[in-house]
Ligand binder design. Structure first.
Ligand SMILES: *[C@@H]1O[C@H](CO)[C@@H](O)[C@H](O)[C@H]1NC(C)=O
Length: 279
C-alpha cells in the first residue's frame, strides 16, 4: 500500500486501467493469474511482457476511424456459458461472507483454496482491485448482489429505476473465440447522458466491478459477422479523450498509437453489463 501511495497518479491510473481490462478477460480459475502478481503490475517492462503473453485476449480495441460498414477487424469475443458462470447471490449470502482484503485468510478457508493457489491469487487480485481508490472523475463499486449493484447504479446515474441494460449478444453459437469480424452496417451510436459499466471479476461467486467515469464517451451498437458466419450484436464504447491515459495502456500497444491521438474504442464481452437511464 505504501508503494501505491508513492506512485504518480498517472502510473496508478495505468495499473488501474490495465488490470481493469485484464481481469474481466481472465475468468476465475482459468486465467494466467501469475501475470497479475502485484509487484509486476508496477513495472512497465512487465506490462509489455504481459500484453504479449495474453495476446489475443487483448484484441478488443479499435479506433474511431474503424467505425464504418464493411470494416474487418480481428476481435477476441469469448462466448461464456452462463450456466458455468457463478451466479449473483441473493443479498444476504454475500454479506455473510466477508469481502475485503483484510479478511483474505478467512475467505480462502471458507472456499478451501490453498494460500498459494491460482484461485487464491485471483481472489486477492480482485479484492485489491475493488479496494483501490477510484481515479480522478471516477465512481466505483464492486457489487456482490443485484440489489447492491442497482443501488450503486441508480445513485451514479442520478436517476430512478427503471434503468436500461445494454449488452453484447451472440446471435449464433460456436466455440470460435478469436477471429475476424466484419461490420455489417454503419455502427449506431446510442445517445446516453450517463452510463455505468459493470465488468465481471474473477471470483468464486459473481462480482461485478461497476464504475461511472466522467468524460466524453460514445456508446455504440455494431452488427458483426465473423468469418465463420457467427453473428454478434456487439456493444462498444469509444473514449474520446485518452490524453490522460498512461502511454503503457495496452490499447496503445495493441493499436500502435499515442495517447490522445485518436479516440480509443473497445468491445464489451457478453457478460459485461452497461446500465443507462431509461428513455
Ligand atoms: C484476419 O484477416 C487478416 C487479413 O485477411 C489475416 O491476415 C488474419 O490472419 C486474420 N485473423 C484471424 C484471427 O483470422
Amino acid at each position: 500500500m505504501e508503494e501505491t501511495k508513492r506512485m504518480g497518479s498517472s502510473s496508478l491510473a495505468s495499473c488501474f486501467i490495465f488490470l481493469l481490462l485484464l481481469l474481466p478477460i481472465l475468468k476465475f480459475g482459468e486465467g494466467n493469474t501469475e501475470a497479475l502478481d502485484e509487484s509486476e503490475e508496477k513495472k512497465d517492462p512487465m506490462l509489455i511482457k504481459m500484453v504479449t503473453k495474453i495476446d489475443p485476449k487483448l484484441i478488443v480495441f479499435f479506433t474511431i476511424n474503424d467505425l464504418k460498414q464493411g470494416k474487418k477487424l480481428p476481435i477476441y469475443f469469448p462466448k461464456r456459458d452462463p450456466s458455468k458462470s457463478p451466479p449473483l447471490l441473493p443479498k444476504q449470502t454475500p454479506n455473510s461472507i466477508p469481502f475485503s482484503l483484510k479478511n483474505l485468510p478467512q475467505i480462502l478457508s471458507s472456499f478451501s483454496f490453498p494460500h498459494a493457489s491460482p484461485q487464491a491469487q485471483a481472489i486477492q487480485q480482485s479484492l485489491h482491485q475493488c479496494e483501490l481508490k477510484p481515479i480522478k472523475g471516477e465512481t466505483k463499486f464492486c457489487a456482490t448482489s443485484m440489489e447492491s449493484m442497482l443501488a450503486f447504479v441508480t445513485t451514479a446515474l442520478a436517476t430512478k429505476p427503471p434503468l436500461k441494460l445494454l449488452k453484447t449478444s451472440h446471435l449464433t453459437n460456436s466455440n470460435v473465440h478469436f477471429q475476424n469480424y466484419t461490420f455489417l452496417e454503419a455502427p449506431k451510436q446510442i445517445a446516453v447522458p450517463r452510463l455505468v459499466a459493470c465488468h465481471t471479476m474473477p471470483y468464486p461467486f459473481a462480482v461485478y466491478y461497476c464504475h461511472y467515469q466522467e468524460g466524453d464517451n460514445s456508446v455504440l451498437k455494431i452488427a458483426l459477422k465473423g468469418d465463420n458466419g457467427d453473428l454478434v450484436d456487439a456493444l462498444a464504447i469509444c473514449h474520446m479523450d485518452t490524453s490522460q491515459w498512461s502511454p503503457s495502456h495496452p490499447s496503445f500497444r495493441v493499436l500502435n498509437i499515442q495517447p490522445g491521438s485518436v479516440p480509443v474504442c473497445h468491445f464489451f464481452p457478453s457478460d459485461d453489463l452497461v446500465w443507462v437511464p431509461q428513455g
